[in-house]
Design a protein around this ligand. Structure first.
Ligand SMILES: Nc1ncnc2c1ncn2[C@@H]1O[C@H](COP(=O)(O)OP(=O)(O)OP(=O)(O)O)[C@@H](O)[C@H]1O
Length: 324
């Protein structure tokens, strides 16, 4: 096992200030604390080489879990092992084999070219010179970095910077990748590029990947398994496709008609989601899909038909009981 988490809890003590001046004064004399249960007893294991999507709405406890796994935070309770190490011990042998990429934070030095930060990382992680050169060339190639590495970081576009961030995080060729929103703010093309890169890195080095992303395309492209949490507790752990089948009570039928059909007629077959000229989208009960499909083909002028799962965002929203 690459990652083992048992009964993990992480509580934060936060200082609560009452409103107004009187509140400020009272707080000055006697501080009140309250406990935020960011992670409240979760268990999971991840096998080596697996890529798992870690999902949950804002504030669910994902980043906190990743920080505990990466050794940045001490758990309040529970047992965590990553590659056999206790992360918070922060042993060098552990740090050399993991990485944490946070899309919202950057490690590259702003005023210097990225290559300078790489050099610093090379020294910190004690990467031998020839191995460093080899990995660097591979990353330049995989991420199409070209001469970006020699440009001052502040002058790079967001996408270019993210590619350099990824390279910086992977120069020591970690076996376990904790990726927290690695594609946030990137345009669709760049998101796809980063996804392909993560998939390739996983293939090449059999790396274990635990990934959070609000872009479901990242998760569907990379992860067969998802772990879903909310309010610090586990809601689901298993196959993404099975979750879709369990949770979504309906499917979407896309039709291309050969001539227009009134909406009232279409509505007899399912809930009309969209009509765009001759293209129609119907929402139908999952157990009824085949029968409805056959009826549509027999009774309407259908040129093409396609049955699909509803968008993953919608399904996740149903699991959380709120939109993502
Ligand atoms: N340093 C901290 N001190 C106090 N509370 C914190 C701290 N960090 C996080 N929290 C709280 O813990 C809870 C979980 O936060 P966390 O960042 O782990 O969630 P998340 O699932 O990563 O959310 P998001 O998707 O918005 O990043 C939230 O209620 C958050 O406000």
């Amino acid at each position: 096992m690459s990652i083992e988490v048992r009964g993990l809890r992480k509580y934060y003590q936060v200082h609560r200030k009452e409103a107004g001046l009187a509140g400020s004064l009272r707080a000055f004399v006697r501080r009140r604390y309250e406990t935020v249960k960011a992670v409240d007893g979760i268990d999971f294991t991840i096998a080596s080489g697996e890529m798992v999507g870690f999902l949950g709405p804002n504030g669910a406890g994902k980043t906190t879990t990743l920080k505990v796994l990466a050794g940045l935070l001490h758990p309040t309770a529970g047992e965590v092992r990553v590659l056999g190490f206790t992360p918070f011990d922060r042993q060098t042998a552990f740090l050399k084999q993991i990485t944490l990429v946070m899309g919202q934070k950057q490690q590259l030095l702003w005023d210097l070219p990225a290559i300078e930060t790489f050099e610093v990382n090379r020294v910190i992680f004690e990467v031998p010179a020839d191995e460093y050169r080899r990995t660097l060339n591979e990353l330049i190639d995989l991420l199409e970095l070209g001469d970006l590495l020699n440009k001052q970081v502040r002058k790079l576009s967001l996408g270019e910077r993210m590619k350099c961030e990824l390279a910086a995080a992977l120069l020591h060729r970690p076996k376990v990748l904790f990726l927290d929103e690695p594609t946030i703010g990137l345009d669709v093309t760049m998101q796809a590029r980063v996804r392909e890169f993560v998939a390739e890195y996983n293939r090449r080095y059999s790396a274990t990947v635990l990934l959070t992303s609000h872009y479901m395309a990242d998760v569907t492209a990379l992860c067969r398994r998802v772990i879903v949490i909310n309010h610090g507790r586990l809601l689901y752990d298993g196959n993404l496709q099975s979750m879709v089948e369990q949770v979504a009570p309906h499917k979407i039928i896309h039709l291309v008609l050969s001539e227009p059909v009134p909406v009232e007629t279409l509505a007899r077959y399912g809930e009309v989601q969209r009509v765009d000229g001759l293209e129609v989208e119907l929402k139908v009960a999952r157990h009824d899909t085949t029968r409805t499909g056959a009826r549509l083909l027999a009774e309407l002028p259908v040129a093409d038909i396609n049955i699909a799962e509803p968008p993953i965002e919608e399904i996740i929203g149903e699991v959380f009981g709120q939109p993502v």
